[in-house]
Design a protein around this ligand. Sequence first.
Ligand code: FES
Ligand code: FES
Length: 156
Amino acid sequence: MPVFSLTVNHVKHSVNVAADTPLLWVLRDTLNLTGTKYGCGLGICGACTIHLEGKALRACQIPISEAAGKSFVTIEGLSANGDHPCQRAWVAEDVSQCGFCQPGMIMATAGLLAEKPNPSKAEIELVLSEHVCRCGTYCRVRKAVQTAIQLTGGKK
Ligand code: FES
Ligand code: FES
C-alpha cells in the first residue's frame, strides 16, 4: 500500500493505507483521533467535520489521496486546553446530551466564526441546517453559537 503524508493538529504523520481510504478513518483508526465521529459516511450529518486551513469540511468525503500534503485540525487540536470560545460556550450552555454530534457542530461553528465573526441569523442557520443531532439539542446549540459570538467579541 502507498504511504501518504499529512499534518493533523500541527503534527506530521505518514500513513500506509489504501488510496481511497476516507480521511475520517485515517483520523480515527490510524491516528487514534476519535473525537471526529462517523455518522452517515455520506457527507450529510456533519459528525465528521474538521478544518482545512480554518474552513470546515467533512472528513468522510475526502480520500487520503486528496488529503496528502495538507494540514488539518480536528476537535482535539481546536485549542490547547479545550478553551476555544466555542468549547467554552458549549460548556456554558450545557449543550451536549449523548455528545456524538457535538464535535462536528463545534468545528462547524468555529469555522463559521473564523470567517464571519458576526454572522447573520441566516448564515448561522445555514451552517446548523447541515448538521444532524439525534438528541435534538438544536435549541441549546443555537444559544451556544450566540454565546461563542459574545465570547469572541465578534472579532477574529
Ligand atoms: S459522517 Fe461525514 S457527514 Fe456524516
Ligand atoms: S447530542 Fe446526541 S446526537 Fe447530538
